[in-house]
Design a protein around this ligand. Structure first.
Ligand code: SF4
Ligand code: SF4
Length: 619
C-alpha cells in the first residue's frame, strides 16, 4: 500500500517537474545557438573553484557565502541518501540495512548540522536583515523553500532517535519524502532552478568578460531586436538567476540612482520568455532609456555567482536599436566623428602629426624597435593626456627601450562596439588590423585600458593576435631593478622600499574598470606607486571590483547622464575623496576626464595625477 502510494505521488510530482523543465528546454532550443566550449581547461578549473568550492559565492560575502556553501555541499552529500530511500519507497530494492549505508548515514550527520545552521542563518538574513540586493519585498517562496530544507535536515537527524517500524518513524519518513517531492515540483518555476542550471551556466560562461561575438553582416545579422533574437546562453541565463542582487548592488548605474538594474534585466527577460512574447521588441521589454544607461563596466557579469552574462543582452539590444536608427543624439555626433575623421573627437589628423613630431617619435620599424606604442584617440588628440604620454616616452628613453608609433592610427572602435554600432566598429577594426599587420609589431604598449581590451580581445575575433600591455604593467616590469632586492619578490620589495623611504605621499588609486576588472591588473599600478614613494589609501570599491567613473559604453559623450539620480562620476569622486588622500592617481584617459569633471563640479581641491606622470617625476 505504502509502495503504491509512493509510486503515484512520485509520478505526479516528477511529471509536474518534467513538464515545467520541458517548457524551458524548448525555449533554450528554439534560441539561436550561442553556446561555446572553447578553453576547456580554463572552464574546468573555474567550474571546480566556483561550483564545487563555491569560491565566488564565499569571496564576495564571506559569512553568507559560507552558509550558502554549507547548504550546497549538503545537497550534494545527500544525493545518494535520497536515491536509496526512494528505491526503498518504490519497493525496488532495500539498501537501507546495508552496512555501508549505515556508515554513510553517520557521515551525513555533520553535513545535516551545517545545512541546518546555514539555512537558519540565511532565513534570518532574508526575513529580518533584508539586504538591499534581495529587493524590498520579502519572497515567500524563499521562506517556504528554506523551511523545507530545514525540515529535511530535522527529519534526517530524527531517524537516529526513532525506532524503526514505529508509527513515529513512518510519519517521519513520509514527511521527509513528501517535502522532497513538493520541493522538486516547485524548483522549475522558482529561482531554485539555479540548483540544477548554475553548474551548466558557470561552465558555459565565456572565459572573456564582456565577450561579444562579431555580427556577420553577410548573414544579415543586425543585433537583438526582439525576444526571439536572444541567444541560447542568454535564455538559459534568464532561468538560472537566483535573484541574489549581487549584480544590482555592484552596478554603478543603480548605485547612482539610475533606472538600470541588471537583475531586473535578467528577470524581465525570464518573464518575456515564459509569457511567449517572442515578437516583442527588447527596447520595450527593458525600456530604451535603461539600455543606454549601462557603462559596460562588467561588474554585473563579474559578480554573478551563477555565470550569468548581462553584456551580450545589453549591448546586443543596443546593436538592434542602432541598426534601426534609434541611438541617442549624443552618439550620433560621436559616430559622425568616427566616420569622417576616424577619431572620437572629430579632429584633423594634422594634430596627431604635430604631437608625433613635437615628441620626436619615430615610425615603428620591427627591425629597429622593441615595442609599438599605440597612442589611442586620447593620446593622439587630448592635450592633457599627451602629457601622460610624454612622461611614458621619458621613462622608456631613460630605460633605453626602443619604440615607435604608427604613422597613422584610427580609433580602435571601442566606443562604437560598446554602444552597438557594430558596422562602424568592424570598419575601424579591419583598417587598423591591416595597418598593424603591415607594421608587424610583436608587442604593443598603450596607456588606454579600453585599447588593451579592444586590440587584445576583440581583434582576435578577426584572427589578429598580438601581445598588448598597459603602460602600468610594462613600466612596473621595466623599473623593477630600481628596487634593492627586487629579484626575490618585486611587488613585496617595492612595498618594503617605499616603507623605508622618507617623505611618504598619501595617494588613492582609482582602478579603471577595463584595467582592474577586465584585464585583472591590480598589483602593478600599486607596485609602481609604492616603489616611487607613495602610501596608498584604498577607496571603497577597488582592485578588480572598482566603481566605474561613468565614461564607458559611450557615456563619456552624453551631455549629462539621464535623470534620475546622480552622475556616476560624482558618486565615484566622493568615494575617492572619502579616503582622505589629497591626490588621486588615474591610469586611463577617460577616467581622468570624468573624475576631473566631478572634481570641478564639487569645487574640491583634490589633485589628479596620471600614473605615468607620477613615476616619471620621481624616476
Ligand atoms: S555593465 Fe556595469 S553599468 Fe552595465 S549593467 Fe552591468 S554593472 Fe551596470
Ligand atoms: S543575475 Fe546573477 S548576480 Fe544578478 S541577481 Fe541574478 S544570480 Fe544574482
Amino acid at each position: 500500500m505504502q509502495t503504491v502510494a509512493f509510486w503515484i505521488l512520485l509520478l505526479l510530482f516528477v511529471g509536474a517537474f518534467a513538464a515545467q523543465v520541458a517548457r524551458r528546454v524548448q525555449l533554450v532550443a528554439a534560441a539561436p545557438n550561442t553556446f561555446s566550449l572553447d578553453r576547456l581547461g580554463f572552464r574546468t578549473s573555474r567550474f571546480l573553484l566556483d561550483v564545487v568550492l563555491q569560491r565566488r559565492t564565499i569571496r564576495e560575502r564571506p559569512l553568507a557565502g559560507l552558509m550558502h556553501a554549507f547548504v550546497f555541499w549538503g545537497f550534494v552529500a545527500f544525493a545518494g541518501y535520497t536515491l536509496v530511500e526512494f528505491l526503498y519507497g518504490l519497493g525496488l530494492v532495500d539498501l537501507t540495512h546495508a552496512r555501508w549505508f549505515h556508515a554513510y548515514r553517520i557521515a551525513l550527520t555533520p553535513f545535516a548540522t551545517l545545512v541546518l545552521l546555514g539555512i537558519v542563518y540565511l532565513l534570518i538574513r532574508r526575513v529580518f536583515v533584508r539586504p538591499p540586493g534581495l529587493g524590498p519585498k520579502l519572497s515567500l517562496e524563499s521562506v517556504v523553500i528554506g523551511l523545507f530544507i530545514a525540515t529535511l535536515m530535522i527529519t534526517f537527524l530524527l531517524t537516529f532517535q526513532l525506532v524503526e517500524g514505529t508509527l513515529a518513524a513512518h510519519i517521519n519518513w513520509w514527511v521527509h519524502a513528501l517535502v522532497i517531492l513538493v520541493f522538486m515540483a516547485l524548483i522549475p518555476s522558482s529561482k531554485h532552478l539555479h540548483l540544477v542550471l548554475s553548474p551548466i551556466t558557470v561552465f558555459l560562461k565565456s572565459p572573456e568578460l564582456g565577450n561579444l561575438a562579431n555580427l556577420d553582416f553577410e548573414k544579415e545579422q543586425v543585433g537583438l531586436e526582439t525576444v526571439k533574437d536572444l541567444g541560447s546562453k542568454s535564455v538559459l541565463d534568464a532561468f538560472t538567476c537566483v535573484e541574489c542582487g549581487r549584480c544590482q548592488v555592484n552596478c554603478p548605474a543603480w548605485g547612482a540612482g539610475k533606472e538600470l538594474n541588471p537583475k531586473t534585466i535578467i528577470l524581465q527577460t525570464q518573464d518575456a520568455l515564459l509569457a511567449g512574447e517572442r515578437e516583442r521588441k527588447l527596447g520595450e521589454v527593458y525600456s530604451e532609456k535603461v539600455l543606454w544607461q549601462c557603462t559596460t563596466c562588467g561588474a554585473c557579469e563579474n559578480q554573478c555567482p551563477v555565470g550569468i552574462e548581462h553584456l551580450p543582452i545589453l549591448i546586443g539590444s543596443r546593436r538592434g536599436l542602432v541598426s534601426n536608427g534609434d541611438a541617442p543624439d549624443y552618439l550620433g555626433a560621436m559616430y559622425n566623428n568616427l566616420e569622417r575623421r576616424s577619431n572620437i573627437w572629430g579632429l584633423g589628423y594634422d594634430q596627431r602629426t604635430k604631437f608625433v613630431q613635437s615628441a620626436a617619435l619615430e615610425t615603428f620599424d620591427p627591425a629597429k624597435h622593441d615595442v609599438l606604442v599605440w597612442l589611442g584617440c586620447a593620446g593622439s588628440f587630448d592635450a592633457d593626456f599627451q602629457k601622460s604620454l610624454r612622461a611614458l616616452f621619458g621613462i622608456l628613453l631613460a630605460r633605453k627601450v626602443k619604440f615607435g608609433v604608427l604613422s597613422k592610427e584610427r580609433c580602435t572602435g571601442d566606443p562604437a562596439k560598446r554602444t552597438g554600432n557594430e558596422y562602424m566598429y568592424q570598419e575601424l577594426a579591419k583598417a587598423n588590423i591591416a595597418d598593424l599587420e603591415a607594421a608587424g609589431p610583436k608587442k604593443i604598449l598603450t596607456s588606454c585600458p579600453h585599447c588593451v581590451k579592444t586590440i587584445g580581445d576583440d581583434y582576435k575575433k578577426f584572427g589578429y593576435q598580438v601581445e598588448i600591455v598597459h603602460s602600468s604593467v610594462y613600466i612596473e616590469e621595466l623599473t623593477r631593478d630600481l628596487v634593492r632586492g627586487a629579484k626575490a619578490d618585486p611587488l613585496q620589495s617595492a612595498k618594503a622600499s617605499a616603507e623605508r623611504s622618507n617623505g611618504h605621499e598619501t595617494v588613492t588609486f582609482h582602478d579603471p574598470c577595463y584595467l582592474g576588472r577586465y584585464a585583472g591588473k591590480v598589483d602593478e599600478p600599486r607596485a609602481l606607486l609604492t616603489r616611487f614613494g607613495a602610501t596608498i589609501t584604498e577607496p571603497e570599491r577597488n582592485r578588480d571590483n572598482p566603481f566605474c567613473c561613468g565614461a564607458g559604453g559611450g557615456l563619456l559623450f552624453a551631455d549629462k547622464e539621464e535623470e534620475p539620480g546622480s552622475r556616476i562620476s560624482d558618486v565615484r569622486f566622493k568615494q575617492l575623496q572619502a579616503t582622505g588622500a589629497n591626490t588621486v592617481v588615474t591610469a586611463c584617459p577617460f577616467c581622468s576626464i570624468m573624475l576631473k569633471g566631478a572634481q570641478a563640479s564639487a569645487q574640491a581641491d583634490t589633485q589628479f595625477v596620471d600614473l605615468m606622470t607620477f613615476v616619471k617625476d620621481r624616476l
